[in-house]
Design a protein around this ligand. Structure first.
Ligand code: UT7
Length: 349
């Protein structure tokens, strides 16, 4: 059976650096609060009109493809993970296919939020292992800055998120001592609404019949997207931060140990853990719980904030560019977020 290797990796973050102090213009917060609670010092915001989730994905993809030593024409399939697509539909995968003038290959969007990249990598790996494709472009990209509540009302969410993109070329290989070993994917929909963006959505269909009886058909259409939703801030992401935190610190170590145990390995074998960059305190908790040394965990949330589906490939790319990951090293990617969904991938770089 063919194995998958990461043959090329790239990242892109917008030029515009937004410090914690810059946010004071919009909301009642402080540099001290943000640093202490999250570890974030600054984040990047995309250009309002010239940059989109897709354009950032393209920038990262170009680097990944070049580093893989192939051309965009040799990509067999695209998997694009994002929660902030250019359009509600179609997805970013086809927009990237068009922008990069690729062949009429398949394009799939993954909507798994923070664990989106790990899920996307898992899907790509199956296509490689089955022999169906040789080169798959896997992208994680987000433009959060377009849709956050920058008033004090939304400060618990808006200070955390940043924009950016990461991409890898997953390639079929028989190179000994390298390749993806396993993936472990999980979900628990019981907490779907505690980290979510409800609108626009069809959930109004679940409203009680007697409530709907008070609306005519045109008004029911309005339930999909209405002025009232904007007035009530129901068009912004909602998060019960402490509840998410509590679950994250339970599930991160669990899914990392699951990956190691399944392969007969221990935390001591790990050269590098790349956790989804949700909160530095979460990553530090996981490090302590697993008794990992500082050089076994890579964090860059300080510079970029939480870039959701882009955070794992951005951190992986940066760690590799700094020479912290070498061929044959055991690397674990792990993520937890909205859904809840959580996942890990274990690989020999
Ligand atoms: O990647 C997706 C997954 N997401 C996560 O993993 C996030 C997990 N959760 C967290 O990272 C943390 O819960 C947060 C960073 C979001 C919040 O930190 P916290 O320590 O849990 O704070 P809190 O929500 O319990 O709020 C504490 C206080 C509140 O004030 P009172 O009620 O104690 O007076 C908030 O109103 O901090 C206040 N607060 C802020 N103050 C200044 C909330 N946001 C801010 C802010 N600046 N930005």
């Amino acid at each position: 059976m063919p194995k998958s290797i990461i043959a090329g990796i790239g990242m892109y973050v917008p030029e515009n650096v937004v410090t914690n102090n810059d946010l004071l213009k919009y909301m009642d917060t402080s540099d001290e609060w943000i640093r202490e609670r999250t570890g974030i010092e600054e984040r990047r915001y995309a250009h309002r009109t010239r940059e989109t989730t897709t354009t950032m994905g393209v920038e990262a993809a170009q680097i990944a493809i070049e580093r893989a030593g192939i051309t965009a024409q040799e990509i067999d399939f695209i998997i694009f993970a994002t929660l902030s697509p250019d359009y509600y539909f179609p997805g970013c995968g086809v927009l990237l296919q068009r922008a990069m003038q690729m062949k009429e290959i398949g394009a799939l969007d993954v909507r798994n939020q923070c664990s989106g990249f790990v899920y996307a990598l898992t899907v790509a790996d199956q296509f490689i292992k089955s022999g169906m494709y040789k080169n798959i472009l896997v992208v994680g990209a987000e433009k959060h800055s377009f849709g956050l509540d920058f008033s004090t009302r939304g400060r618990n969410v808006s200070v955390i998120f940043g924009d950016g993109a990461g991409a890898v070329v997953l390639q079929s290989s028989d190179e000994p001592g390298r390749g993806i070993l396993s993936h472990h994917l999980h979900s628990d929909g019981n907490s779907a609404e505690i980290l979510a963006m409800y609108n626009p959505g069809t959930h109004a269909n679940y409203w009680k019949e007697e409530t709907l009886a008070n609306f005519n058909d045109a008004e029911i259409g309005d339930l999909f997207f209405s002025h009232a939703m904007i007035d009530k801030a129901q068009v912004f992401p909602y998060m019960d931060g402490p509840a998410v935190f509590k679950k994250a610190v339970e599930k991160f170590p669990e899914v990392i140990l699951e990956a190691l145990t399944a392969n007969g390995l221990t935390t001591q074998d790990l050269a590098m853990l790349i956790p989804h960059q949700a909160n530095l305190r979460i990553a530090q908790f996981v490090q302590k719980k697993l008794q990992l040394r500082d050089d076994q965990v890579y964090n860059n949330i300080q510079k970029y904030g939480n870039t959701t589906a882009a955070s794992v490939p951005i951190a992986l790319c940066e760690a590799w560019e700094k020479g912290l990951i070498k061929n044959g090293d055991l690397v674990c990617l792990a993520a937890f977020g909205s859904g809840f969904t959580w996942a890990s991938s274990l690989l020999r770089w």
